[in-house]
Design a protein around this ligand. Sequence first.
Ligand code: IPM
Ligand code: MN
Length: 355
Amino acid sequence: MHLKIALLAGDGIGPEVIDQAVKVSDAIAQKFSHQIDWSPALTGAAAIDAVGDPYPAETHSVCENADAVLFGAIGDPKFDNDPSAKVRPEQGLLRMRQMLGLFANVRPTFTFPALIDKSPLKQERIEGTDLVFLRELTGGIYFGERGRKDDGNTAFDTCTYTRAEIERLARKGFELAQTRTKKLCCVDKANVLESSRLWRETVQALESEYPDVQVSYEFVDAVAMRLVQWPNSYDVLITENLFGDILTDEASVISGSMGLMPSASLGVKTSLFEPIHGSFPQAAGKNIANPLATVLSAAMMFEMAFDLKEEAALIRKVVDQSLADGVVTEDLTQEGQKAATTSEVGDYLVQLIQG
Ligand code: IPM
Ligand code: MN
């Protein structure tokens, strides 16, 4: 198969972790006789520095013309500490999501047997956790009307959803649940918010089309609590943009390290795959960042963008193997164990694939 992939390394540790995912993907391509055609493009602070725009038109066209986008990370502290900055790297990310129509953000949370003691949560609570959030990504308060009034002394951000936006996300949730344990949880705040009431109404109306899926409706505050108490009671959770942003960071604690969890953003045409962690500027250029979330994002890409399940399974298998063998970056080392560098982890995975 010929795979055309846009490669957006971005900022901070982005380029280093992306390098490992490229090495691993190339090794997979070689093993299964595929041909990958990588098209690198600028994004984030790196793009602001180069051309003054965090998501240049040129990058958009590279993404639009690719079968999938593999993305590193975005963000640079020099913008965070400057409230007057007119362009910010994050604007590029939001514009990219909107322009590529990346409406469904798939964020799984699972545990690795080799790392079960890395989570700050009790082992018996998190064992066997395997859940997926489907976060709506191109609507809600992130993209609603916002502004100031009363001479700047009042600020507002509005959360707007259409039935069509909710329905297309919810259908993805039902379909995903059908491939898993057939449990779907709609996370909302329908006791207070009108937009949440439309979410609930829309999901309820779809139930009869998916009779094999068991649907529950829970308020976001209760889910925030139950998620860390009984994570393995959940399977697929669907939710709006901001609730999903917050809950998926919370869920990442279950797996033990931010450096482990991959994600996919499914679009109307192209889909994008990226680690859930940020640009981790303190580690940039030091060859110490954990590349596994990005490598596992490449596995999601093989599976979801190209339907190459065996390839994805092999990537997951060698990742498990590297964890079991203790070839891990410093965020995952046990006492007395020597940390591997970012590129050593990548090399080890390639070696396992070739072996
Ligand atoms: C995420 C990030 C982004 C978001 C930021 C960087 C705009 O936190 O992907 O979860 O809030 O969506
Ligand atoms: Mn976030």
